[in-house]
Ligand binder design. Structure first.
Ligand code: CUA
Length: 174
């Protein structure tokens, strides 16, 4: 039969033994942090449909360079569109961009000058606009409304005002 050895004065003096209330607090902290991590992941999955869907970055912009001068929504199928978005100091073109409800839009993004960040608030779209590189992402606009495009990469004195709009026009009821 093993007997319980009480902590020595040395252990107590150097606080080697966690007391009951300390163990409770440590346990509660671990539980709370775990809940926070799991909860955040659920929030991201439910609200944002799992992180950001970036198709990728293409290092050969010469192929598509003329498209960025076109500046409009291009229909590529019954319900699919592409748009070439160009970032400048300090605006996005084209803007405002009208999109029909239900359209699946592939964005191609590049910058004419410095790094910018193309973020469409309330969607999964978040692409860094890099000079000489084309980033792309696809999104389906199921609901009508207005989406703000903001720049989320600091790019100079007017960074905070670098905004554009996507207007999703409601599908006609006919
Ligand atoms: Cu463009 Cu910040």
């Amino acid at each position: 039969m093993s007997e319980i050895v009480p902590p020595s004065r040395y252990d107590v003096a150097f606080h080697r033994v966690a007391e009951r209330h300390e163990r409770v607090w440590i346990f509660m902290s671990i539980v709370l942090l775990s809940l926070l991590v799991v909860g955040t992941m659920f929030f991201v999955v439910l609200d944002y449909d799992v992180v950001v869907k970036t198709n990728g970055y293409n290092a050969d912009p010469a192929i598509a360079a003329p498209a960025f001068a076109d500046n409009g929504l291009v229909r590529t199928g019954p319900n699919t569109y592409t748009v070439h978005m160009l970032a400048h100091l300090w605006r996005w073109t084209p803007s405002p961009l009208h999109v029909p409800q239900g359209a699946t839009v592939t964005f191609y993004i590049t910058s004419a000058d410095v790094l910018h960040g193309f973020e469409v608030q309330g969607t999964t779209i978040n692409i860094t606009a890099v000079p000489g590189i084309i980033g792309s992402a696809t999104y389906t606009f199921s609901e009508p409304g207005t989406f703000n495009i903001i720049c989320n990469e600091y790019c100079g004195i007017e960074h905070h005002a670098m905004m554009a709009r996507i207007i999703v026009d409601p599908a006609s009821k006919s």
